[in-house]
Ligand binder design. Structure first.
Ligand SMILES: Cc1cc2nc3c(=O)[nH]c(=O)nc-3n(C[C@H](O)[C@H](O)[C@H](O)COP(=O)(O)OP(=O)(O)OC[C@H]3O[C@@H](n4cnc5c(N)ncnc54)[C@H](O)[C@@H]3O)c2cc1C
Length: 409
């Protein structure tokens, strides 16, 4: 069985070792990655991961790997950070304050019964944790595969080939494996792109932002012309640089671009624009150039015919849940046979992935829609009414309401 080294492929590797191999079923897993080494390119900014994804991640990881998760998902700092989401209009007025769920750390977080609270995760650190002690064949770009009745052969750019029983395409949104298996399954471009980067503001600048917008760790401002700015921040001093002066203490923020106020402009001015050597002066000492990310997704139900074969795809937006479902099905690999197991997995994955993909795209489009003068007044009013409503409702009801909006069951 083969796959690649994104969070999806690596979590599936751990899940197979923990839930299948240690339980007696023996799957021999090989991992092939097109990048030449673990540090070939910057491995991502701060991402949010919903509670249902964290639950599936815990299901996949053995306890010793779970124990390292706080490195990628550091504990909330009481009274300093507020773990919620605040939405502002273009004048800086707060429109919405999403409920805050209290938890001390990721281990308490995963026990919450709600599904939609989220936790910030440093993607690069998560990947390092997942890669630890995993044998990966680097510099192996899969260009296509050949399937026979006996198995499937992955073919790499360097001319080498590997034969196995199953091939898992955990190779991301532009997966060549998916393109070969399902050429008609197109990625859906929402037409929205964000400029995304990490910056390391000093404590002084972070305090300036907090004095204006508060200490909520996710802040979104929605403008008049479909413009949108998201700041994701953790107010954890970066230890290696720690001294007593405010201009020597750094934090890590992820910014997603739109219209800029003066303080946001100052944050963006910290983004490196010259050589990689200049990065050596930053606390993280690695390349974090801004990247344009198109908001694209895949709706697996957009194609009706889907032939179950030895080539398995993971959904994009709900990867961790897919891994849990796939592992559960593979538990019955020997009794039911590979085809039946994969068929059942695909049925579940396609319905779930499609629903979440469609709902999250429509929510995104609502945020960046251009409304016109009166439209903005109505939109802001709706936000404010909604804000009052969710502040009066019990947590569980708010959670169910949002699960509905985002297509989570
Ligand atoms: C470098 C990187 C940085 C990212 N940063 C962010 C971020 O900051 N914020 C955010 O929200 N999302 C980010 N993402 C996307 C996010 O990680 C994914 O949407 C989500 O985690 C799904 O994970 P995945 O494992 O299915 O796919 P991915 O995380 O996309 O991983 C796919 C892996 O497959 C490898 N691969 C691709 N093609 C081949 C091939 N032909 N042969 C062999 N290997 C191949 C890739 O190099 C990669 O390691 C990033 C993805 C990558 C690859």
């Amino acid at each position: 069985m083969f796959f690649q080294t994104g969070p999806g492929g690596l979590s599936l590797y751990h899940s197979i070792q923990k839930n299948l191999n240690q339980a007696g079923t023996k799957f021999k897993v090989k991992i092939f990655e097109r990048e030449s080494s673990p540090h070939d390119r910057y491995q991502g900014c701060i991402m949010n991961i919903y509670k249902f994804g964290v639950s599936s991640l815990f299901y996949s990881l053995p306890t010793e790997v779970q124990a390292r998760l706080p490195d990628a998902m550091p504990d909330p700092i009481p009274n300093i950070e507020r773990h919620g989401l605040d939405v502002f209009d273009h004048t800086g007025k707060k429109l919405l304050e999403m409920p805050v769920y209290k938890y001390k750390n990721v281990f308490e977080f995963v026990q919450l019964k709600q599904k939609l609270p989220w936790f910030f995760i440093y993607r690069n650190t998560l990947r390092e944790i997942l890669l630890n002690d995993v044998d990966v064949q680097w510099g192996k770009k899969c260009i296509r595969y050949e399937e026979t009745d006996e198995g499937v052969c992955a073919i790499f750019e360097d001319g080498s080939r590997e034969f196995g029983n199953l091939l898992v395409g955990a190779d991301g949104i532009n997966s060549p494996i998916r393109m070969q298996k399902m050429p008609n399954l197109q990625v859906k471009d929402s037409g929205v792109s964000y400029v995304v980067t990490d910056v390391y503001p000093t404590k002084k600048l972070a305090n300036q932002l907090i004095s204006i917008c508060g200490n909520c760790i996710a802040q979104e401002s929605i403008g008049q012309k479909g413009d949108n700015h998201i700041t994701l921040m953790r107010l954890i001093p970066i230890k290696s640089e720690l001294e007593n002066r405010e201009d020597q203490i750094y934090y890590r923020f992820t910014l997603m671009y739109c219209e800029l106020t003066d303080t946001l402009l100052e944050l963006w001015s910290l983004v490196p624009t010259d050589t990689p050597e200049s990065m050596a002066k930053t606390p993280f000492k690695m390349s974090i150039y801004p990247k344009i990310r198109q908001m694209i997704d895949i709706d697996p139900l957009s194609v009706t015919s889907w032939e179950t074969s030895r080539v398995i795809l993971l959904g994009n937006s709900v990867t961790f849940q897919d891994i849990e479902s796939l592992t559960n099905e593979l538990l019955r690999y020997e009794s039911d046979g590979w085809k039946v197991c994969i068929q059942r997995y695909e049925q579940e994955m396609r319905a779930r992935s499609s629903k979440i993909s469609l709902k999250s795209t429509s929510m995104l489009l609502l945020t960046i829609k251009e409304y016109g003068y009166f439209g903005i007044i109505v939109r802001n009013l709706i936000y404010k009414v909604f804000n009052v409503l969710i502040s009066c409702l019990p947590y569980d009801l708010v959670d169910r309401l949002f699960c509905n909006l985002y297509g989570v069951e």
